[in-house]
Unconditional design. Structure first.
Length: 458
């Protein structure tokens, strides 16, 4: 069914054919949510209210957080309470975390006492912790059960959900012993004990782990769900791959935005208010603008050299762009390597050596091209660089080597320094590195020019 046909059915109030499992037109709630996210709010709310309550819950969990907040605020108190209480625990916590102050308290009051207590406990953990992703609905059995008993126990005590794909073996105190995929229960004889099909290898997360650590562990062990325990190995809940993928996407988006020279956005670009978008961008632009003003200061310091050899000013854009580009390249590589755990702070000397020789090689390549370019233009008569054109070409050659080496090492080291100071390496954005190298690159350029051209052009 096309997007246009689905929207037409929603507009006509034909919801049953979109949801009925036996209908050839039935679509997944995530697809409906995708359409909702593109509708004007008043239309989305009207359509949402027309759904049966069970379908409202299934669609609601797939809506983006901004639309969820708008809808829950607009629903009657009893309907909002029903939806909040019937969301999965991780979706409920994510939504409630997005509210602040009195509004968060009002939303918490809509929960039953058990769920309210659970949310209060999890809200005490840091924003970036695994606790904010945990789903407290999970299936457990004891190792003494037979497989037949375990299956009967699961049927009587657990509902069909994504967290039931893996069953957890716990002792009488609720401490985690092992995990068992459902397939292992199904494919073994019913008379066997659960203990016989355990492999005694259970990858787990700690409640105090960061979300970044959870992403790394899911990637490392290729799991779809992982259990979460406390310091005493008590099973507290599980984290599923869909939540981890959302975190990974969010982390990647924020790093890209920071590296582009702006504060990370709180909402998607199309949902971010205009003045909020301007504010997020203006801060870094002001800092970078003030930094670039130092470029003018550096040029003013060398104004006598520029006045004597106007030719030097022709190559200023070449110098600062080469250094800035190399610095941005190095920063990009190192930030990515740090984020995926390819590098850590102990590797700083390895990175320094590697970037030193990378910068030297790249500088030699660019310097040689610059040197040959001046000679070629002079011999072909396309530009007259004067009688000291060879010395000018030599200045460009060594300046590019120095600037590229400095830009490369700066771009590589700044993210590592920030990480050592417990700051986000992504804050060493490409514009930030480029601005730094612009200023210092001019100093390198004119210093080398003063040394080589002394007594001739200078």
């Amino acid at each position: 069914m096309s997007f246009k046909e689905i929207r037409h059915k929603l507009a006509e109030g034909d919801f049953s054919s979109l949801f009925h499992p036996n209908s050839k037109n039935a679509i997944h709630p995530s697809e409906v949510a995708g359409i909702f996210n593109g509708l004007p709010f008043d239309v989305a709310l009207k359509t949402f209210r027309a759904f049966p309550i069970t379908r409202q819950i299934s669609v609601f969990s797939y809506l983006d957080i901004l639309l969820q907040k708008q809808i829950i605020r607009s629903l009657a108190k009893d309907r909002a309470a029903f939806i909040l209480n019937n969301l999965s625990s991780d979706d409920r916590l994510k939504l409630l975390t997005s509210f602040h102050g009195m509004e968060q308290s009002a939303m918490l009051d809509k929960l039953d006492e058990k769920k309210k207590k659970a949310v209060h406990n999890l809200l005490g953990y840091p924003q970036n912790s695994v606790a904010r992703l945990i789903n407290t609905e999970f299936a457990t059995v004891s190792k003494e059960m037979s497989i037949s008993q375990a299956i009967e126990h699961l049927q009587e005590n657990h509902k069909d959900s994504e967290t039931a794909n893996v069953i957890y073996v716990v002792d009488e105190d609720g401490k985690l012993i092992d995990d068992i995929p459902v397939r292992r229960l199904v494919l073994n004889k019913g008379h066997k004990q659960v203990e016989e099909i355990m492999d005694h290898y259970c990858v787990k997360l700690n409640i105090e782990d960061t979300a970044d650590e959870a992403v790394t562990k899911f990637q490392e062990y290729d799991r779809t769900v992982l259990p979460v325990t406390d310091g005493h190995n008590m099973l507290l809940g599980v984290v599923t791959i869909d939540d981890v993928m959302d975190v990974a996407q969010e982390i990647g988006t924020k790093e890209m935005q920071k590296f582009g020279g702006l504060e990370s956005l709180d909402y998607p670009y199309v949902k971010t208010p205009f003045f909020s978008l301007v504010r997020k961008r203006a801060g870094w632009l002001i800092i970078l603008f003030l930094g670039e003003m130092l470029t003018a200061t550096a040029m003013g310091y060398f104004e006598h050299e520029i006045a004597k050899a106007v030719m030097l000013s022709l190559f200023i854009p070449l110098m600062i762009s080469s250094g800035g580009n190399c610095g941005s390249q190095a920063a990009t590589l190192i930030i990515r390597a740090l984020s995926v755990k390819e590098l850590n702070l102990r590797d700083w000397w390895y990175v320094m050596r590697r970037e030193f020789f990378s910068g030297l090689t790249l500088g030699l390549i660019l310097g040689t091209i610059g040197f040959l370019r001046i000679l070629a233009w002079q011999y072909l008569g396309w530009h007259n660089y004067g009688v000291h054109y060879v010395l000018l070409a030599t200045t460009i050659f060594f300046s590019l080597i120095g600037i590229v080496m400095w830009g490369t090492m700066s771009g590589a080291m700044i993210p590592m320094i920030l990480k050592r100071l417990k700051q986000d390496p992504a804050a060493s954005s490409a514009p930030f590195v480029a601005t730094l190298v612009d200023v210092t690159g001019l100093i390198i350029y004119f210093s080398i020019a003063a040394l080589i051209l002394h007594g001739t052009l200078l």
